[in-house]
Write a protein that binds this ligand. Structure first.
Ligand SMILES: C[S@@+](CC[C@H](N)C(=O)[O-])C[C@H]1O[C@@H](n2cnc3c(N)ncnc32)[C@H](O)[C@@H]1O
Length: 213
């Protein structure tokens, strides 16, 4: 499939509704994958990192202090929560903005690292979002997604994920999107995908922008 079944207005409203308690519910559920992903982040001092769909800032505490982190989210209410958290962490190196991941307001080749935790399955056009991620990443830069990704074609699990997709999209994400495939299709070089979270339902997907692209 090329486009997810997501209605962006619905998603924005839903995540705005979730924002005051997101961290207590989904934050904990999705925490192990998120924490583990940061072990693979090759962040050096003074590097620029972009995190798309940052939500209420569940990852902020994992960033090293000398990194410049720009976090964006479509929901103003999520960004408000993330700013409160950044203030508690004394995080002067966080720049948190309301923005659509499908239309990133940054120049080409701008960030050393782009992180996308549990967001690619919440957007209407995952191809467009992955193209934008690739565009703003510097050649050779690191791209990390933490996400559920649809099981392979022909598998029972893949069929179940297709059947469940219309239900789960009401809760806030699709289950029928092969995130790894989308990332590769747009030209992201895949290094590895490591299972994570309860029953290995998630993947830490590590990739990079090809040098010279
Ligand atoms: C499942 S939450 C993930 C939040 C956080 N990254 C985490 O690790 O838990 C998905 C987030 O993506 C945001 N989002 C959805 N569509 C977006 C878009 N087009 N652009 C930017 N953010 C978006 C939602 O508002 C929400 O905060």
């Amino acid at each position: 499939m090329t486009k997810s079944r997501v209605n962006p207005r619905y998603m924005e409203k839903l995540y705005t509704f979730y924002s005051p308690f997101y961290d207590y519910v989904f934050g904990k559920l999705l925490g192990p994958g998120r924490r583990r992903a940061f072990r693979y982040l090759s962040c050096r001092p003074h590097q620029k990192v972009l995190e798309i769909g940052i939500g209420p800032g569940s990852t902020l505490e994992f960033y090293p202090p000398k990194t410049t982190v720009v976090g964006i989210d479509i929901s103003a209410s999520m960004i408000e929560q993330a700013r409160k958290k950044a203030a508690r962490l004394n995080g002067s190196h966080f720049d948190l903005r309301v923005m659509d991941a499908a239309h990133l307001e940054f120049p080409d080749n701008h960030f050393d690292i782009v992180m996308a935790a549990y967001v690619i399955t919440t957007v209407q056009d995952p191809y467009q979002v992955c193209r934008e991620i690739l565009r703003v990443t510097k050649p050779g830069g690191q791209i990390i997604a933490v996400n559920h990704t649809r099981s392979r074609n022909g598998s029972l699990m893949g069929r179940i994920e297709d059947l469940l997709a219309p239900v789960f999209v009401r809760i806030g994400f699709t289950t029928d999107l092969d995130v790894i495939r989308v990332m590769q299709d747009v030209g992201i070089t895949l290094q590895q995908a490591v299972p994570c979270n309860l029953l290995n339902t998630g993947r830490i997907i590590m990739g990079s922008k090809p040098p010279g692209r």
